[in-house]
Ligand binder design. Sequence first.
Ligand SMILES: [Zn+2]
Length: 342
Amino acid sequence: MKAVYIKDHGDAGRLIYGDRATPKPGAGEALVRVKACGVNHLDLWVRQGMPGLTVPFPHVLGCDAAGTIEKLGTPVPHLSVGQKVFVIPGLSCGSCEACLTGQDHLCAHFDILGQVHDGTYADYVCVPVENVVPLPEQASFEEAAAFPLVYMTAWAALVTRAQIGAGDRVLIHAAGSGLGVAAIQIAQLWGAQVIATVGSEEKVSKARKLGVERIINHQKKDVVHEVRQMTDKKGVTVLLDHVGAATFEKSLACMARGGRMIVCGTTTGGDVKMNLRSLFSRNVTLHGVRMGAKQDFMQAARFFGKGALRPVIDSVFPLKKASEAHAHMEGRKNFGKIILTV
Ligand SMILES: [Zn+2]
């Protein structure tokens, strides 16, 4: 099969488009013919190398996929060959206490597809059958491939952890990222008031098209000052920060009393300065969220099926141009998801 893989860590030029052996599904596994896969920041980190992550080379990148079932290792009552599906990116043992209580992302053997296991930048990907979910008939493969990682992460962060509600004022950083768009839509679904940050005027107008009224261009305005103005000096009750070093201190300064702050990514680095006084004196809760559990995916997927959560697709590249897609994301040029078609 054709695949995009790496033989060592480095820049986007290290991505190789070439032949890899087609995986064979064992008992309890499904072979999925990939039609489209999403590009995530995680793919960039795996390509570059992350502390504590040992990647077995050669390694196929990618954690999001949509396609059709090519083969089942053993029959599964609700799945059939040829069926349209998308893939849950979280892999776990399936039988420990965490897995059996719906907390599979806390499993000691938890991994994300494309980190250690071969991923989705390929004609085929082999995954456990519990990671394969039938697609709503009307969904396109591109939309479905744009959904899994960012929507399950945003759902886990805002709904499961922060328990967002209609009374919340929510600040979402980097509204143009796939995760930012997902978080905006989920916050709107729950009736919360959304404030979004973006890095250009072009992205201000794109965020406005998502129905966001309060948008801060952080290149031109001070985020803390603007948030105070927009919230009658109260601050935000929920904040989603996946930017990290560049935003963390200001994020904390934006929090209202009793607010819930979620860190679910560090696209600008993870080393931050923090004054603990500003955390405890305002009774702020700090949550760390790494993706989510399968139930977060399934709950978000119900709204995808109804058309209430619809990914925004920035651009579509053929698989063999994956290095251009990575460069596009690294240049922060995208608003919404970057998709590879296979
Ligand atoms: Zn487990």
